[in-house]
Design a protein around this ligand. Structure first.
Ligand SMILES: C[S@@+](CC[C@H](N)C(=O)[O-])C[C@H]1O[C@@H](n2cnc3c(N)ncnc32)[C@H](O)[C@@H]1O
Length: 325
């Protein structure tokens, strides 16, 4: 039983606080170094999670070679896989807190759950903890499939390699479909096809939980939306078409859903506080080490961060839960 107020506890708290303060200082300094050309060391290997210690949560042991597009150079890697390469595991815009809130509202316990685009299985690990009846992941990337398969093995879950727009799964097989950080990168037609597939998989009354990149306010002018999409695509090297909260809602309603819950969070994927919260002290330190050691990575990360900062007022993480009518 933990006793509060002992000198041992006080020392532990002091140690943790100074650790956090130190990471904060290094994080700010690293982002300030920027693409200073004097720091030219180029790493060919990256520090990875030799063990699962991202926050307090279990994830699969993932090495560099396990990651999608492991052979591609950092200059041409899609932003999310670049961040995964340097050790980031929570790859969605609103962070872990918004994901956990969404999962709680989706009520997973005892349910048949399908997750579109589980990626590195970070959310899959949380879904397993909620004790669903079954889990099926659907990711079009073979490496992601292999990673997720390990994460859900303990509950006999599985992950298939398929496009979320045409999963091949039986209709009305799920009570909950979860999808994070994937619809944003689809075209308008792609978004429609995937939401329509989610509707097909869900039983009546089933819940579709999404966590995506949002734009605000709802009245944001069209030319600003186009500018943001263009700048994001340049920075992350993936097409990104975020929608306003009202537009996400309309998209879901158009496919026969009724939105029953929504939440937003700042888009803080590369902010220090968010990384401490999502990845833990060790995870944040690992990310910093990998940024400092590789100039190419550093330039990419800083370009992304500058773009996110430039549109900090307009971008947000948004999560919605929609019930199939
Ligand atoms: C940014 S990651 C998000 C991963 C995870 N959901 C998360 O939030 O951490 C995008 C993932 O979507 C997958 N993906 C993208 N388009 C897809 C599609 N049409 N069908 C299935 N998976 C897709 C990619 O392979 C990748 O694993």
């Amino acid at each position: 039983m933990a006793r509060h107020g002992t000198s041992e506890n006080v020392n532990k708290v002091t140690f943790e606080r100074s650790g956090v303060a130190w990471v904060k200082w290094v994080w700010l300094a690293t982002m300030k170094i920027g693409d200073d050309t004097r720091t030219t060391a180029t790493a060919t290997t990256y520090d990875h999670d030799d063990h699962a210690d991202h926050g307090d949560h279990d994830t699969a042991r993932i090495t560099n070679a396990d990651l999608p597009l492991a052979e591609r150079d950092s200059a041409h890697l899609p932003g999310h896989w670049l961040l995964a390469r340097i050790g980031k595991r929570v790859l969605r815009p609103g962070g872990l807190k918004l994901s956990l809130s969404m999962l709680a509202h989706a009520r997973l316990s005892g349910c048949d759950v399908v997750e579109f685009a589980p990626g590195l299985g970070r959310t899959a690990a949380e879904i397993v903890k909620a004790q669903p009846k079954s889990y099926v992941g659907v990711d079009r990337d073979p490496q992601a499939k292999a990673i997720v398969q390990k994460v859900v093995a303990s509950m006999s879950g599985r992950c298939i390699n398929a496009d979320a727009a045409a999963t091949g799964l039986a209709g009305a097989c799920a009570d909950v479909v979860v999808c994070e950080a994937m619809l944003t990168m689809q075209t308008e037609r792609g978004k429609d096809a995937i939401v329509s597939e989610a509707a097909r998989l869900l039983r009546s009354g089933g819940r579709y939980a999404i966590h995506e990149l949002g734009l605000r306010p709802d009245e944001l002018p069209e030319d600003k939306k186009t500018e943001i999409s263009r700048d994001l695509a340049r920075a992350i090297k993936v097409n990104a078409r975020p929608l306003t909260v009202a537009e996400w809602k309309t998209l879901l309603e158009h496919h026969g859903f009724e939105v029953v819950w929504s939440g937003t969070a700042p888009m803080a994927l590369l902010d220090m506080q968010r990384n401490l919260a999502d990845e833990g002290i060790n995870g944040a330190l690992r990310i910093l080490r990998n940024i400092v050691r590789d100039k190419g990575v550093r330039q990419r990360v800083l370009t992304m961060k500058r773009t996110f900062n430039k549109y900090a007022d307009e971008l947000c993480g948004v999560s919605l839960i929609a019930r199939k009518r």
